[in-house]
Design a protein around this ligand. Structure first.
Ligand SMILES: *Cc1c(COP(=O)(O)O)cnc(C)c1O
Length: 437
């Protein structure tokens, strides 16, 4: 091996160590175990048990030849990317440890982190779509994602075709055929199939396995990406069901404390590389401090999600039987057999974010929300604390009425994200708030 490469491979303080072990005696270690140490070696940072926060804009090269080799990787002249740290717009130790640990949860080869969920999603789409291409997406999407496709990508000649989240295989076949024809007419390709499941706020699930089969038949090689914010990483593992790229708003369950904004994508390295290249150009990587906070969050993500899921099941069992409740949009009580079938094949838990339909309309919903004492009146989800909001007048206020009707975003719909408080206290709070309705 040439000397220059030896120099690059020699561990020095503040350098990423070799990948640590992921199994003991052939037995793979579980993510919950790996979150405490995977990807970080204290020896490289003065013995500090926890990774320091690396506040630096740039990294000193060991030699000019090492610097050249890094840039060959960064610029794509050589496969495999940089072999060490170069400049903080590209990466840093905290971000690399975080990316290694996020990849573990999804069983992915590689992951990339971003300053927000939307930065992740926008850079992902821009990395794959060129002028005259078509993006196929399930609907509804998170409003900003839907807006990015319809209002921003369209300015660069990218059109879209969408389909309802619960679509069957034959409906998906039709949609892909339509998208293919549209792409051919425009002189482009179908750039990406982009999914979000469950859809917000209806909780309708996408049949990812059916999308994969339809893609394999009609559009082999077209990447399937999925926003897994609502059920991931614990309750849904879309890479095992045919998705190629999984996207997250880490702001929600992964961050889990309603104190940061960040995003990520994960998948095979070949799917990550074009996105990494665009992120290197544009920036948008998560900052070191937020990455450090996310490392702390990942140590408890399984505990928090399990507890929140158990709480939601108890709260929903109470709400379901309440005389002032018209119904629930909760994955633990699915009425539609097709949705139940998708759930059984794709999901490992019902999550802790659901829709509550109160008997009445906006006035009754507002009375309920205004009288909650434990649950906070705020948008977002996946935090330790329970949140409640009114989509029709808040997150989805700008959605035209016809589309609201189509999506079932009614005036009596209250959106709830259950946290990790005591379940009986939450039930008591919901009970007294319902008395005011
Ligand atoms: C919040 C959210 C996003 C956007 O994430 P940010 O971190 O707020 O940018 C995207 N998708 C879903 C499903 C979300 O809930």
């Amino acid at each position: 091996m040439p000397d220059a490469i030896d120099a690059v491979d020699t561990p020095t303080p503040h350098r990423k160590p070799k990948p640590p072990r992921r199994e003991i005696g052939g037995r793979p270690l579980k993510p919950a175990t790996l979150m405490m140490g995977y990807g970080y070696d204290p020896v490289l940072s003065e013995g500090s048990l926890k990774a320091p926060i690396f506040l630096t804009s740039t990294f000193a090269f060991e030699s000019a030849a090492a610097g050249k080799r890094h840039f060959e990787g960064i610029t794509g002249l050589r496969e495999g990317g940089a072999e060490g740290l170069v400049y903080s717009r590209f990466n840093g130790p905290n971000q690399e440890i975080l990316e290694d640990r996020l990849a573990v949860w999804d069983g992915a080869e590689d992951a990339l982190t971003f300053s927000s969920g939307m930065t992740a999603i926008c850079i992902l789409m821009m990395a794959y779509a060129s002028q005259n291409d078509v993006i196929v997406h399930s609907g509804p999407l998170y409003a900003a994602s839907e807006g990015f496709v319809a209002k921003v990508m369209s300015r660069f000649g990218v059109t879209y075709v969408d389909f309802a989240a619960g679509a069957t295989r034959s409906e998906i076949d039709d949609v892909l055929a339509r998208a293919k024809a549209q792409a051919a007419a425009q002189g482009g390709k179908v750039a990406m199939i982009y999914l979000e499941s469950p859809a917000n706020p209806t909780n309708a699930l996408v049949d990812v396995e059916a999308v994969r089969d339809a893609r394999d038949a009609a559009l082999p090689g077209t990447p399937i990406a999925i926003d897994n914010t609502f059920l991931g990483p614990l309750w849904s593992r879309p890479l095992e069901h045919g998705a190629d790229i999984v996207a997250y708003s880490l702001t929600k369950y992964v961050g889990g404390h309603s104190d940061l904004v960040a995003g990520s994508i994960a998948g095979a390295k070949r799917w990550m590389d074009p996105v990494r290249a665009l992120r290197n150009t544009m920036g948008g990587i998560v900052d070191p401090n937020t990455a450090w906070m996310l490392l702390r969050s990942l140590e408890t993500v399984e505990l928090r999600m399990q507890r929140a899921g158990e709480n939601a099941a108890k709260v929903c069992a109470f709400l379901r039987a309440h005389p002032k409740v018209e119904g629930l949009g909760y994955l633990g009580h699915i009425a539609d057999p097709r949705q139940q079938d998708i759930y059984d094949r794709h999901c490992l838990g019902a999550g802790s974010t659901f829709s509550l339909f109160i008997k009445g309309g906006e006035a009754e919903s507002f009375a309920f929300l205004d009288n909650l004492t434990i649950a906070k009146l705020a948008v977002s989800l996946g935090g330790t604390e329970t949140l409640a909001s009114h989509p029709a007048s808040m997150t989805h206020l700008s959605v035209p009425q016809a589309r609201k009707d189509l999506l079932g975003i009614t005036d009596n719909l209250v959106r709830i994200s259950v946290g990790i408080e005591d379940a009986d206290d939450l039930i008591a709070d919901f009970a007294q708030a319902l008395e005011h309705v």
